[in-house]
Design a protein around this ligand. Structure first.
Ligand code: EPZ
Length: 418
């Protein structure tokens, strides 16, 4: 198993480019199941979760050709409308094939995800929504089976709570349903908008993506399309924090500044200089001294839960006490005890963490527990005195492409060890 060895204390300087978004590319790959024509996606990050989704699609019947960050997908026929436990347990986003499979072939068999490092993460809202679109659903042996032999029909789906992949799954089901579907209390994340843009290029009729009410007029068939995935706002945000925590001068290029607005606003309140040199870049300049600012995670456009762990690492270096509240997932503070091993002063009470800073961190052996927790350990290590060894970096490889090479190019002392 790979490890990262990081020697902290170097300010990061220069330019670092954001990749295409993992969480946009995943539903875009699944959307290729909706048509028998080829779908070509550009700027698909070469991370582990994407490879897992590609494997799943191949099993289902999709021809997948990868050329750098361009992926050509072609599904003339659904061979096996199934997502097996072996894949779903490694990546919950596998459930994104549920909606497109039922819509295209009238049948899907998808494993229930089971437990997860950051919370229970059920998919009950995906299932309820599909039932409202006319699918019949049975659960047995850890799998849910959805059938709609006559096809899906449009309906109003009200999500009890906001769900990102649930909205995406239902959107992909609704585009081929008969009549109008209205998704209420829909997720407004940029990844939902990106998926809608792709589906519209494929011939879908969608209005309101990016708002909490999405209207879809079902069409009989969708065609092929070519689409470029949006920038990864979570990767971009992670790099901004890296620049700030190390007291550096770092410009994150090829990103969408609007999509990281909530983080930038918190950083500016903390006294960190963040500017926008052009439409697709953000520059962070920091002396390494800044103030604590409280933060609560929320659905977009609020502060992303996927940046909470990185923000907590930042607050270990801030002057004062920051209260960090996690409202999206019930168990997303696994990084806190690891940061504490490096010297951070963090107290957890339910959904709330109290981070008292600034504390000088020292290198230690730490273990990555999930994707974003791993990113926060990298950030802590970049500012810690001495050497940190981060174990189980396969978690970080799920969502960050060659993060060690990118950080090393702007001055970080980081390498991968087997
Ligand atoms: C997406 O997960 C992202 N994954 C996550 O990113 C992200 O943390 C999350 O949205 C929240 O922003 C992808 O886009 C592939 P949700 P998702 O359904 O869609 C509850 C990362 O690090 N819920 O919006 O699975 C759920 O338990 C990852 O890249 C139900 O109760 O999250 C959670 O508390 C991790 N029933 C809340 O809703 C359901 O049927 C929001 O989850 C669905 C969700």
């Amino acid at each position: 198993m790979d490890k990262f060895v990081i020697t902290g204390g170097t300010a990061l300087r220069g330019e670092i480019a954001a990749n295409g978004s993992k969480n946009s590319a995943l539903p875009a790959l699944a959307a290729a199941l909706l048509t028998e024509e080829p779908v070509i996606l550009h700027r698909v990050p070469r991370v582990r979760d994407i490879r897992t989704m590609e494997r799943l699609l191949v099993d289902i019947g999709t021809g997948v050709e990868v050329d750098g960050q361009t992926v050509r997908l072609h599904t003339p026929k659904i061979v096996s409308p199934e997502a097996p436990y072996e894949l779903v347990k490694t990546m919950r986003a596998s459930s994104l094939v549920l909606g497109p499979l039922v819509a295209r072939s009238g049948r899907a068999r998808v494993s229930l995800p089971g437990g997860c490092a950051i919370g229970t993460r059920p998919i009950n809202l995906h299932i309820l929504g599909l039932e409202q679109l006319g699918a019949t659903i049975h659960q047995s042996h850890g799998y849910i089976e959805a059938v709609a032999p006559e096809g899906l029909r449009g309906a109003t789906v009200y999500f009890d709570r906001i769900t990102v992949t649930g909205t995406e799954d239902l959107l992909m089901a609704a585009v081929l349903a008969k009549g109008e579907t209205v998704l209420r209390n829909a997720a407004r994340e940029p990844e939902v908008v990106d998926l809608a843009d792709l589906l519209i290029k494929m011939g879908a009729k969608i209005e309101g993506a990016g708002t909490s009410t999405i209207r879809v007029q079902g069409v009989e068939r969708l065609g092929g399309a070519e689409h470029t995935i949006i920038a990864d706002r979570i990767e971009a945000g992670t790099f901004l924090v890296a620049g700030a925590i190390t007291g550096g001068d770092l410009t994150v290029t090829e990103c969408n500044p609007e999509h990281v607005g909530a983080l930038v606003s918190k950083m500016q309140q903390a006294g960190i200089d963040v500017t926008q040199p052009d439409a697709t870049s953000l520059r962070v300049r920091s002396t390494g001294r800044f103030r604590s600012v409280d933060m609560t995670t929320e659905e977009y456009p609020g502060f992303a839960t996927d940046l909470q762990a990185q923000y907590m690492a930042l607050m270990t270096q801030a002057e004062g006490i920051a209260i960090v509240v996690e409202t999206i997932f019930e168990n997303r503070f696994m990084h806190a005890p690891e940061l504490a091993r490096m010297g951070a002063n963090i107290r957890i009470d339910g959904k709330q963490a109290m981070v008292a800073g600034p504390r000088s961190l020292t290198g230690a052996g730490v273990t990555a527990s999930d994707l974003r927790a791993s990113a926060s350990l990298v950030l802590g290590a970049l500012v810690a005195k001495g050497e940190t060894v981060i174990d189980r970096v396969y978690h970080i490889d799920r969502g960050y492409e060659k993060i060690e090479a990118k950080l090393a190019a702007v001055g970080a002392k980081i390498h991968r060890a087997e």
